[in-house]
Design a protein around this ligand. Structure first.
Ligand SMILES: Cc1ncc(C[n+]2csc(CCOP(=O)(O)OP(=O)(O)O)c2C)c(N)n1
Ligand SMILES: [Mg+2]
Length: 331
């Protein structure tokens, strides 16, 4: 499915929104956590996993989705939420722990949930895979042509839930697309130390479903591969697995000393930055003027600034609301 000019502009803008959001979060997160790193302190207490560099995966896939399609993500999921259409202001407020957030500030950055666009994520790796199957099964039983997409990291591909989900989706021919984001690391563990084969997409064959490997961190390549898999799922031909080789620019979490990788690695990766590359490519083919480029960048920046301001200005939940909207053990 080749990309047209309007879609290309939209892919570009969404990648910029994600990049600006993640870069802004990296700064906001450090407020109140210095001089000695205090993970519980500051504007955004707790862990923070950012996805700058991985924009092509979420954006290239979600461009094919409707709000009635489901998408599940892991602990690193801001990019997927944004690409799936989650409200940026409510998402920022949730990350800040504010009452105006998606989960009234009680989920935080790893537990973003938005039923209006059928998006959810979880801090447990591979835990989004079975619920994606559930959503796909519901669509199939109700004769809707909605699908479900499950995003997870290459580290999660060694979890039992990965294998069980692929098998069940294949046996029941469910409308699911599995997206493995291979960013080369699971925390500090390189893929070569955790996985005996080079490509997780090869595992699809053992479940009798198509496995596709996208070797470049490129939004157009992802868009084209995902288009095929989404159409296949929508027309009732069953699941597919797509693995994308992508790049993580920040540490596993903010505050990660990253002793497991060469300090020059990220600057080398950034030489092939997918956002810069797309802008250049579109300009060269006459699809983007410098003025249009500047306008798209301004719009993306304004969206992020507005969301962060909204989150800052929103109130915290009141202490007496602490037990509302949460599961409380009985007895
Ligand atoms: C079930 C489970 N086991 C262990 C962890 C701890 N953990 C958090 S992230 C992570 C690595 C995930 O690696 P990958 O799937 O490649 O995702 P990435 O962080 O690279 O996006 C682990 C082991 C967890 N959150 N859930
Ligand atoms: Mg990984």
């Amino acid at each position: 499915m080749p990309v047209d000019q309007k879609t290309a502009h939209s892919l570009y803008q969404q990648m910029l929104v994600i990049r600006y959001f993640e870069e802004t979060m990296a700064q906001v997160y450090m407020e109140g956590k210095t001089p000695v790193f205090d993970i519980g302190g500051g504007t955004v207490p707790g862990e923070m996993h950012l996805a700058a560099g991985q924009e092509p995966v979420a954006v290239g896939v979600c461009a094919h989705l409707r709000s009635s399609d489901a998408a599940t993500g892991p602990h690193r999921a801001h990019h997927i939420a944004i690409a799936k259409g989650v409200d940026l202001k409510k998402m920022a407020a949730e990350i800040f722990g504010k009452k105006t957030g998606l989960g009234k500030g009680k989920g935080g950055h790893m537990h973003l949930f938005d039923p209006s666009v059928k998006f959810g994520c979880s801090g447990l790796i591979a835990a989004g895979m079975p619920p994606a199957l559930g959503s796909a099964l519901a669509a199939k039983m109700q004769h809707r042509d909605d699908i479900a997409v499950s995003f997870f990291g290459e580290g999660a591909s060694n979890q039992g839930a990965f294998h069980e989900s692929l098998n069940l989706a294949a046996v029941w021919k469910l409308p699911v697309v599995f997206i493995c984001e291979d960013n080369s690391y699971a925390i500090s563990v390189p893929k070569s130390l955790s996985t005996a084969i080079a490509r997780n997409s090869d595992r699809a064959q053992s479940y009798g479903i198509p496995g596709i490997s996208v070797n470049e961190n490129d939004v157009i390549a992802v868009y084209e591969a995902a288009g095929e898999a989404v159409s296949r799922a929508r027309r009732g031909d069953g699941p597919s697995l797509i693995e994308v080789h992508t790049d993580r620019y920040f540490g596993h979490f903010q505050g990660d000393p990253e002793l497991y990788r060469d300090p020059q690695e990220v600057s080398r990766l950034k030489q092939h930055d997918p956002i810069v590359r797309l802008s250049k490519q579109l300009q060269e083919q006459g699809w983007l003027t410098p003025d249009q480029d500047a306008a798209i960048q301004r719009t993306a920046r304004a969206m992020v600034d507005e969301a962060i301001d909204f989150a800052r200005q929103s109130p915290y939940p009141a202490p007496e609301e602490a037990l509302e909207d949460v599961f409380v053990p009985v007895g």
